[in-house]
Write a protein that binds this ligand. Structure first.
Ligand code: AMP
Ligand code: FE
Ligand code: FE
Ligand code: ZN
Length: 279
């Protein structure tokens, strides 16, 4: 399952928690020989103009405008990530909503930083903002500040001890419901796909509801899922009328064993069905 795939529908840039700029990511993706790629930053499309400008220099690459939105779980089980593709992302109302998401992220990140201070592992809010720079701020930026202070060896340990859902320093923030998030994606001509379903709590109960909420697919060919998991998910996708999508979820963190662009993705016929649904 590790063979390079010519399609990758899940990647991040410095406009969220990835470490490559949109241009750098597009150049890497083109150099890897990937034919179809989607950039899916968390609650932001700010990297897409730059990415498309770079993609214009790589005629072999079809870049898809995407996003990964955090939404409330319909069964009240924390948050979910929903991917949107083929977005007419310059839409003003859409951008207003995305700015509201990012403002909520800032408030919540600040509260988590306060909590870390109370827990005796202080990081500077100014430093977290510097690390995030022009990104949609998220827990990985706080984790990086904790690593810099030497509290932990790597960002994963920050999640394990403090930042993961339910962790000592975790604070949740308000989201749109899943149905509202799907509507938002559709309002700009997009199609919605559930990201990494195995990370959603109660996913067996969740999946049968997705099609009814307007979700077109779910990730099956997800780099972090093993072959047995993918076979199970493919069966569930088929049963619940969902297209089996996927990608690497590349963040360029440089960690050992990180899944690289093109390490997973759907077959071409699935991509074309997704494209047809967006029309
Ligand atoms: P946030 O957007 O602030 O909710 O942070 C979520 C992001 O943190 C995800 O998109 C992942 O990139 C990363 N993440 C989530 N859980 C973990 C974890 N256990 N270890 C490392 N990174 C994680
Ligand atoms: Fe992320
Ligand atoms: Fe995600
Ligand atoms: Zn992602």
């Amino acid at each position: 399952m590790n063979a390079a795939s010519p399609i990758d529908l899940h990647m991040h840039t410095t406009r969220s928690d990835g470490r490559l700029t949109p241009s750098e990511l597009v150049r890497l993706v083109a150099a890897q020989g990937i034919g179809i790629a989607a950039i899916t930053d968390h609650d932001s499309t700010e990297g897409l103009d730059e990415a498309f400008a770079e993609a214009a220099r790589h005629p072999g690459l079809h870049l898809v405008p995407g996003i990964e939105i955090s939404a409330d779980h319909p069964l009240d089980q924390g948050d979910l990530h929903v991917l949107g593709y083929f977005l007419d992302y310059h839409d003003a109302a859409f951008q207003t909503q995305l700015r509201a998401f990012r403002d909520g992220r800032l408030d919540r990140a600040k509260l988590m930083v306060e909590k870390l201070g109370e827990l005796g592992v202080p990081v500077e809010w100014e430093r977290v903002k510097e690390i995030a720079a022009d990104a949609s701020v998220g827990r990985p930026h706080i984790a990086q500040a904790m690593v810099e202070r030497g509290y932990i060896g790597n960002t994963r340990e920050a999640f394990d001890g403090y930042l993961q859902d339910g962790g000592k320093a975790h604070i949740s923030r308000p989201h749109l419901s899943l149905g509202e998030s799907v509507k938002l994606i559709k309002s700009v001509g997009g199609v919605a796909v559930l990201a990494h379903p195995l990370y959603a709590k109660e996913y067996q109960e969740l999946l049968p509801r997705l099609a009814g909420l307007g979700v077109a697919g779910m990730e099956v060919h997800y780099a972090e899922f093993n072959p047995v998991q993918r076979i199970g998910l493919a069966r569930l996708a088929d049963r619940h009328g969902l297209l089996p999508c996927g990608g690497s979820d590349y963040h360029a963190l440089g960690l050992p064993g990180e899944n690289l662009p093109g390490s997973a993705g759907p077959p071409a016929e699935v991509f074309h069905k997704l494209e047809d649904l967006a029309r």
